[in-house]
Write a protein of this length. Sequence first.
Length: 236
Amino acid sequence: MYNIIEITLKKNIKDIYLLFWSICLPLGTIISLFCFEIEVSKNKLLAILTVGIFFYCCTTSSFSILAQRKRGVFDLIKITSFSLWKYLISVTISQTLIAVVISEILLLFENYLFSYELSGLQFIFFIPVFFLAASIFTLIGFCLSSFPSNEGQLSITTNLVMIPLIIFSSIFLNLNSESNWIFWLSWINPVEWIQKSYVAILSSTASQYMISVLALLIFFGLFLYFSKKSFQKDEN
């Protein structure tokens, strides 16, 4: 298990494409907003971190997972004593560790440029949220990679998932003034709970933070289960 984490970490650190999407693009967006003095709410600024995590842990990693599926890597795992659960958790941890470090770095830039005045304790509280967000998006990548037969279809599939997750959240909508069905839809949207966690940290609302983290833990458990089930498709 530790070997897989180490191998995946080394592979991802050397992947320029992954690092561009997860560091350069979000950082360029943050700096551009600051330099051009564009007024953006803290909620939308923090959403840049969420989108960056999604690109890194779901969009780009799903292509790698699809390639492994096509090469029969997971078929080889099934004939060994190594548990598929352990493989899923190992890859998720390696993806998550990098995503957390990158997100904390981007948060430091936002804190400095836009004067969030975050305390050291608040930075620590962001770590579990980043960890769970990265884990959930990585597992969604596992699920999505089981449907398409090629990279083109996968690109469309990830976009079709990402766009509704972003749109039907408080990033763009004032959910208190929207239709009831949109409000209730946000309750099953992990992106919305990530945003709720950010707001809770900024406002130092412990109860809302705990509820949001608990909701993200539930999403993590569900997508871990669905990721495991997605490999049954390969057996058919």
